[in-house]
Design a protein around this ligand. Sequence first.
Ligand SMILES: Nc1nc2c(ncn2[C@@H]2O[C@H](COP(=O)(O)OP(=O)(O)OP(=O)(O)O)[C@@H](O)[C@H]2O)c(=O)[nH]1
Ligand SMILES: [Mg+2]
Length: 200
Amino acid sequence: MENNDLHHYKSAKFIKSITSIKEAPAENLSEVLFVGKSNVGKSSLINALTNNKKLAYTSSNPGHTRLLNYFLIDNSFYFVDAPGYGFSAQKDKDYAFYGNMIESYFENNPNLKCVIFLLDSRRIPNEDDILFYNFIKSTQYPYLIVMTKCDKLNMSMKSKIKNNLKNTLNIDNFNEIILCSVNDKKSLLELKNRINQYIN
Ligand SMILES: Nc1nc2c(ncn2[C@@H]2O[C@H](COP(=O)(O)OP(=O)(O)OP(=O)(O)O)[C@@H](O)[C@H]2O)c(=O)[nH]1
Ligand SMILES: [Mg+2]
């Protein structure tokens, strides 16, 4: 069971960047969207799941991903990497642009099979996170909450993180929460298995 490499996707390639759902790839393949605050680790998680550090561009500076980027996985479905919200330099002019882009993506998108909502395990969810979580719930698309950067957490820290979500986001269904680290293959495998349930 130690050979987790066996579970990597076989292929992953960048297809295109879009700003409006009208430009989405024409093939009606299932889509899994990665969303969350800037710098939470969306692009890194896509790279970790596909075992390809160079697939999605990552940065230690927030606001790196600016468009909706489509990656074709195993020639059968798309991972969609979204720009992050809540990046201060983005607040004024770009904010409406980001909002419209994301809203247009969510509107009437039968290909969207699962929304992966990322939260930084090292931070308390803020107002933006709460708003976005409530927005996702209101859309009726299936979703999973992924706590990122859980690199070296023990059991008690993990349960503390989950319990905090009870208070901040009002979540009491811990089944929808997955604790992940790009350095922890077991957590990536668990997430992959959960994603597979939505795209198959
Ligand atoms: N320690 C640790 N760092 C991580 C992990 N995942 C991502 N990071 C770091 O977090 C920073 C942001 O990662 P990105 O993947 O670029 O974040 P993003 O959510 O795509 O950011 P934007 O595109 O700006 O919205 C980078 O410095 C990553 O190396 C993780 O599991 N553990
Ligand atoms: Mg990014």
